[in-house]
Design a protein around this ligand. Structure first.
Ligand SMILES: Nc1nc2c(ncn2[C@@H]2O[C@H](COP(=O)(O)OP(=O)(O)OP(=O)(O)O)[C@@H](O)[C@H]2O)c(=O)[nH]1
Ligand SMILES: [Mg+2]
Length: 400
């Protein structure tokens, strides 16, 4: 009997221990479930905030850009009122005024028509959109870009219930900003080689401003203390090599070229030998752009690229396509063709001082998606600026 009772007691203890374990297990499971639930909730919250963030991000980007723009305007106003302002502000303001001055023609053409349109219509109806579309296409923005721009504009006007011309103006500028900055990191700098000479190849069709741009960039970087070598590899056009040589003397930088009509790749080969031996920082190579014969040009550029890559690690570090902005849609087709032929890393848009159509910048972004790195505003060595979309849009819409 005693044994039986003892057994029962032991069984009871076992049962209790078992229950304790199972309760403990249940507690653990509950605890784990709770943790999982809270993890899930946390993930949900994160996802929600990411979603909200990404929705807000675009707007934030524009807001930041606009705030910066307003700040620049304030700086500029301040600058105008202060005779003895500091050097940094002076540089900023002069950059802005270079854009303002350079885009004068565009402003009086395209933007004044835009202004007249928003004054004419009190509400944005179908006629308004038709006229707006026409103005934008005339400004060289490009049909594809204009169509998506108008669609977005209509949506915003509906969603945000915009009914005054003033707000409409703001929205138009915002949307043009969006075309350019949308989801991209804007790069307007040369990709410098940290281990030896940086090699920049210039391509583009005849007369777009390649040689002048090289001279302008040489001046800019010489003033920043770099040791520069200009290379005349445009051996196709008589006088092209001499023209670059003349620029090198004017600016006070070195030049490499051969007198007789030579194979451009062999000129580049010898030039890079010199660049390595004499420790040049920046080598700017001028080429001939005969797009008329695409296959030949492609072969020639391939050969030049091979020579550069063999001579200098990761070279060329940039291939800049020069486009004359006054040629409008033709310039866009050049960009498309060159993109097929070789690896273009950036665009230099020249002669913006000479065109009433500033829209090409936006069309290039949307249709070719290669960053505009520099813009040319005139014929002299100082008339070049790193491209800055804020200053550009500000210069364009100053009076809008
Ligand atoms: N107004 C204005 N003229 C420019 C600008 N850039 C270049 N030019 C002029 O455009 C013309 C052609 O410039 P180049 O630099 O010789 O052009 P290129 O591409 O080297 O021409 P090729 O060597 O013939 O292929 C020259 O008269 C330059 O002064 C600019 O930004 N604004
Ligand atoms: Mg030239």
């Amino acid at each position: 009997m005693k044994r039986l009772k003892g057994m029962r007691v032991i069984m009871g203890i076992f049962q209790k221990i078992k229950n304790m374990f199972s309760e403990q297990k249940k507690d653990n499971i509950d605890k784990e479930t709770g943790e999982i639930k809270s993890d899930v909730q946390e993930a949900k919250n994160k996802a929600q905030s990411l979603k909200t963030y990404s929705q807000q991000e675009g707007q934030e980007q524009i807001k930041t850009a606009r705030t910066k723009k307003q700040k620049k305007q304030q700086e500029k106003d301040y600058e105008n009122n202060q005779e003895n302002s500091n050097t940094k502000n002076e540089t900023e303001a002069s950059d802005v005024s270079i854009y303002e001055k350079g885009l004068e023609k565009s402003r009086t053409g395209f933007v004044s028509r835009l202004s007249a349109l928003t004054n004419k219509y009190k509400i944005a109806n179908d006629d308004y959109f038709d006229e707006l579309e026409e103005i934008l296409i005339m400004a060289d923005i490009g049909v594809k870009t204009v169509t998506s721009f108008i669609e977005r504009l209509k949506k915003r006007i509906k969603n945000e219930k915009i009914d005054t011309p003033e707000v409409l103006r703001e929205i138009i500028i915002d949307e043009l900003f969006i075309i350019y900055v949308n989801e991209d990191v804007l790069v307007n700098k040369i990709n410098f080689n940290p281990n030896g000479p940086t090699v920049v190849l210039f391509v583009g069709v005849n007369g777009v401003g390649k040689t002048t741009t090289i001279a302008k960039l040489a001046k800019k970087y010489k003033d920043e203390g770099k040791k520069i070598l200009l290379v005349g590899a445009d051996t196709f056009r008589a006088g092209a090599v001499a023209q670059l040589n003349d620029w090198s003397k004017k600016i006070g930088v070195s030049f490499f070229g051969k007198q007789e009509a030579t194979d451009p790749a062999s000129v580049v080969y010898d030039a890079l030998d010199k660049a390595k031996q004499e420790d040049y920082d920046l080598v700017l190579i001028d080429t001939a752009g005969r797009l008329q014969n695409k296959i030949n040009l492609m072969k020639e550029l391939e050969k030049i690229n091979k020579v550069i890559a063999n001579q200098i690690e990761n070279g060329p570090h940039e291939t800049l396509l020069v486009i004359d902005s006054t040629t409008g849609q033709n310039g866009i087709s050049q960009a498309k063709s060159f993109k097929e032929i070789t690896n273009i890393t950036g665009i230099v848009l020249t002669k913006l001082d000479g065109t009433a159509k500033g829209g090409i910048v936006l069309a290039i972004k949307e249709e070719v998606n290669i960053p505009v790195k520099f813009i040319g505003f005139g014929e002299s060595a100082k008339d070049l600026q790193p491209f800055d979309i804020e200053k550009y849009i500000y210069g364009l819409f100053k009076d809008f």
